[in-house]
Design a protein around this ligand. Structure first.
Ligand SMILES: [Zn+2]
Length: 330
């Protein structure tokens, strides 16, 4: 067990005001009658968000094809969408209507935490493996030829289980998450979020059991214009639109997880501040509770474990990530 101060250890958590803002937005997004005239001061709203009326499907631009809200985990395809650099509180502020709607139709934490270092390659390695940075060994954050993650990933485990794993990323360095033989298809798309989603939609048509989709442009906007700047929030809305397009293309019964590798502050994210580490974590799909705020601590490492659970297998016992049980109906 790691000491609390160690990188990768689960941090203690507090509930940010942004969570309440999201809850209020949830009620609006899921109830068109309520309207959605809620801005950055949404935390002052007095909407009762504890018992939102949630439609079965098809709202806020999400196609009916993507998510079947019934059924149980296992034997269903899973998509992990990582929006690079998406701060949790940006979801409500942008607002990212599709992501909010997914949260309302599923379970979510707006207080999930990424690992240290809060940088792209190490955090994604933890996201897709369930291991700490010390365990997975990818502590650098740049392209390094012939260097690969040293622990099993959810993709490799899926392959061993006879499942089809497909990875579509917007940054070349993420190839280090996919050692040869651990996925059926790896696509590096350098032309931005829309091109990544175009490629992912093509991959969906070929079939998959687990699909990883990485959208790079929110992070670029943070580095260029600053996290939470007008430009950054506009990019969050654009990425949200790409998520809508992706979800609409998914087969019924798909479990969707939307999260991020890190947040950011100023024009950086590597210092491990609360703004750097706090990320959204949202899941919707078969057997997932609807409109549920996850009370338990959620780590980026839990992404791999939860995806594995939804697919019907488990990570290795030494992985730190755990399935987010609270997200699923008993
Ligand atoms: Zn990143």
């Amino acid at each position: 067990m790691l000491p609390p101060s160690s990188p990768g250890a689960r941090p203690s958590m507090s509930r940010p005001r942004a969570l309440f803002a999201l809850l209020c937005l949830c009620a609006g997004a899921c109830n068109p009658e309520l309207g959605l005239a809620i801005g950055p001061d949404a935390s002052s709203s007095s909407l009762d968000c504890e018992e939102p009326e949630i439609p079965a499907s098809g709202d806020a631009g999400i196609g009916d094809a993507g998510i079947d809200d019934g059924g149980v985990p296992g034997a269903h395809p899973v998509v992990i969408v990582s929006i690079d650099g998406l701060r949790a509180d940006a979801v409500a502020l942008a607002p990212a209507d599709t992501i909010i709607s997914l949260a309302c139709r599923g379970a979510y934490s707006m207080d999930a935490q990424t690992i240290l270092p809060s940088t792209t390659l190490p955090a994604h390695a933890s996201m897709v493996s369930g291991y700490t940075a010390e365990q997975h060994g990818l502590l650098h954050d740049y392209m390094k030829a012939d260097c690969y993650i040293e622990v099993p990933t959810v993709f490799g485990l899926a392959e061993e289980a006879g499942l089809r794993a497909v990875i579509v990323v917007g940054k070349q360095k993420l190839v280090q998450l996919a050692p040869p033989g651990t996925c059926d298809e790896f696509l590096w798309i350098s032309a931005g979020d829309a091109a990544v989603v175009d490629a992912a939609i093509g991959a969906i048509e070929d079939g998959f059991d687990i699909l990883f989709v990485h959208l790079p442009e929110v992070d670029y906007a943070g580095h260029t214009s600053g996290w939470m700047s007008v430009e950054y929030l506009a990019q969050v809305r654009a990425a949200d639109g790409e998520v809508a397009r992706l979800v609409a293309a998914l087969p019924a019964g798909t479990t969707v997880i939307v999260t991020a590798d890190h947040g950011g502050h100023g024009t950086k994210h590597s210092e491990g501040t609360a703004e750097d580490r706090t990320i959204p974590w949202i899941i919707a799909g078969p057997g997932v509770r609807q409109g549920t705020e996850i009370g338990a601590e959620v780590s980026v490492m839990d992404t791999a474990a939860t995806a594995a659970f939804a697919l019907g297998f488990a990570l290795e016992p030494d992985a730190v990530g755990r399935p987010v049980d609270e997200a699923f109906a008993p």
